[in-house]
Design a protein around this ligand. Sequence first.
Ligand code: MN
Length: 326
Amino acid sequence: MSRTTSELSLKEACEYLLGRDQILILTHAQPDGDTIGSGYALALALKALHKQVAVRCADPIPHKFTFISLSLEPEEFEPQTIVAVDVADCKLLGSLCEEYKDVVDLCIDHHVSNVRYAKRLLLDANASATCEIIYGMLKIFETPLNRHILSALYTGIVTDTGCFKYSNTTAKTHRIAAELIDAGVDYAEINRVMFDTKSRERVKIEGAVMDNMDFYFGGRVAVIAITRKLLIQTGANDSDLDGINALSRTIEGVMVGVTLREKKDGKIKISLRTNAPIDATSICHRFGGGGHPRAAGCEFTCPIEEVTEQLLPVIRESLEENGCLI
Ligand SMILES: [Mn+2]
């Protein structure tokens, strides 16, 4: 199936939405701060413009983001317009993919990898977060930025930039954040909840995986395993594992951080985080996976004990080629 996606400018996308009603906004599955912040900020603004609007996600909203989702009262209606926010590929809609994959009228996104599945696309790959793009739209709509909209936008920006730490952060990101602060957003409280608060289950599972971390090749590679058994022991759920893949790479000397995660169906999901110049994508590609240069993934169907036997020689090869073995 092929279809042409028309690329819209910010203004065109705004005009399109202003002419529509009964708007259903979709976020990606396993929702993060940006997809939730974008979805609800846009929904609240459209509601202020007297449109019927709802937000839908395949998975439950993690507890730390419910202060955003609770700001919109759920509404039942037959959608006339489907909008996806921060969803680079219709597969990322999770269990909603089948229902909506061919009917997304407008996708608003900042991923350069967007696969152009929607009828219309507003893409700004220079935006640190989709919330940056939504902020631009709300300025054109001239809807007032109430407390809920400010919180939603700020949350999306800080979570996607790691609190302004990642290289996607631009001067414009800071300018938008400054405008949100000028407008009265409670940035200290949002940052406390997003970055300085961990659930007790998270602390437990973090402690357990750190205790059981295995090191290889003189400490160049660190491997952590999250088994079903460990999840049951610690009571941790998916949202408690948010960002846990990044843990091993924070250890001095580690070039490749490997996270093995046992899924419900018994498959083993691998997440690789690397420091330059080790290419995570090329390692995962050997096992049918892919991703970004510093963060990639793949999947194994063998028992968890056998995964490292297959994976470690390939990682070793990459370390050797790059002169990174000690
Ligand atoms: Mn995003």
